[in-house]
Structure formats: structure tokens, C-alpha cells
Design a protein around this ligand. Sequence first.
Ligand code: NAP
Length: 256
Amino acid sequence: MGILDGKRILVAGVTMESSIGFATARVAQEQGATVLISNFGRALGITRRIAGRLPTTPPVLELDVTDPDHLAGLADQVREHVDGLDGVVHSIAYGNPQTLLGGRFLEGPWEDVAQAVQVSAYSLKSLAVACRPLMGPGSSLVGLTFDATTAWPAYDWMGVAKAGLESTSRYLARDLGPEGIRCNLVAAGPLKTLAAKAIPGFEGLESAWKDRAPLGWDESDHTPTARAVVALLSDFFPATTGEIVHVDGGFHAMGL
Ligand code: NAP
């Protein structure tokens, strides 16, 4: 018996086995969910291959969150496999590592910033609206952030995009709450993934975490983050929305 028994969950943003979305899909299946995963573009072939490494091979949908046709067709794509969604996971972000990350904040060009905000923040709203016809009372949206309440070394414009994501989540909580749909985020500490490796200077964050997180921090262990996402998808947080749950070994609560 699992906490997602009978639930139908879409995990958007799975590329590699190292993706947080992959760990989330695995834990969701272990907890009894029927899972669908999605990705876009050239990496779709990789996603199809790694889907077979999950406990049950899930359907792989094509979804570029910036493509209006993909968003408009998403509900029909989902209905080919399940008749509704109890949960949607947004595990998506992109910012050009050459221009937006790694300490070049003052030079970040608007076109790249606009892309980062669209893919990493606005897309939570796009995904929510695309999935809205499939969801109902008790459904849950969960996204992933990197705590945007402070400025970090190297994170730069992605930090600004994450601040936008956090605000977007609160507005979705406001507008979808009356339909019984929750929206929450998990603020994970630094984890070794494709996206993280692309951030010049990311190792600095990892070593800060090792020094300061009272519970310690293993940047190769995605399971604590995945479990928190799954908990928020489940019926165990029925009255929680607009929330950000930190899964960071306690780093955020320490002064020094
Ligand atoms: P990841 O494996 O690279 O996942 C990011 C996903 O976003 C990839 O599947 C990527 O696809 C997808 N994506 C990018 N642009 C997209 C688009 N236009 N449409 C649809 N999908 C798109 O890295 P991750 O670290 O697991 O990231 C998942 C989430 O966790 C992100 O929101 C990230 O910011 C957040 N997070 C990560 C950390 C960390 O330390 N790793 C910490 C806190 C929060 P492609 O690979 O094909 O580009």
C-alpha cells in the first residue's frame, strides 16, 4: 500500500537518470502511482531509453513548455493513457549557462533572460492551464525551486527566474484553490544533475552545503527531494497550498 495508490501523475522534465524528475517518477511508482513522463526536442530519444529503467516503463509524452501547440494538445496526449490527472510535477528549468549564470549577472542579455523566465517560471502557469481540464478537487501541482529569497554565487539570472517561479506558484494556489487544486514547491539543495553541471561555479554551492547543513547533504542522493514531491502530491497535505518545502538538510534555517 503506497501513498499514491490509484493516483495518475504526470512528471514533466525527465531527461537522464540523474534528473530529479526521474527520481520523482521512481518514488511515485513505488508509492502506487500510474506515471507518465515528458520531455522535448532532441533529448526525447534519451528519455524514451531511460524510461525503461523505471520500475514500470511509463508512456513518454512530447512537451516543450514554450510551444503553444504542444500545450494545447497535452490533455489529449494524456487521455491516450489515463482519463485524468491527480498530480502534475514541473521539473523544468533552462537558462543559457554562457550568458546568464556563473557571475555575469550585470551582462545578462534580455533575450536570454526572457527565455529563462518563460521556460523556468511562466511555464508552471502554462503547464497548470494545459492540465487543468484533467484535474479536479484533490489534485496537486508540485514544482522545484532553488530558494530564491537570497542572492547566490553563480546562480544569477536563474535565481531571478526562480523568484518568478515561487511567485507564480502562489498565484496558482490562489486561482486554482477554489477548484480544490493545490500548488506547492520543493526547494531542494544542490543536486548533481545535467542542469546543475551546466552552472559554472556550482561546486561552490555544494561545498557551502556540506559545511553548513545541520543534517549534512549528499548532492548525489535525489531520493529525499523526490519523496517530498511525492508527499505533496499525496493526500497527506490536503490543506497545504502556496507553500515552499525546503529539502536542503536544514541549510536555509542556519545563520552561519
Ligand atoms: P534536468 O535533469 O536537466 O531537468 C531539467 C529538465 O527541464 C530537463 O528534462 C530539460 O530537458 C527540461 N526542459 C528544459 N527546457 C524545456 C522546455 N522548453 N520544455 C520542456 N522541458 C524543458 O535537471 P534537474 O536538476 O533535475 O532540474 C529539475 C528541476 O529542479 C529544475 O526546475 C531545477 O531548477 C530544479 N532544481 C534543481 C536543483 C539542482 O541542484 N539540480 C536544485 C533545486 C532545484 P532537456 O534536458 O532536454 O533540456
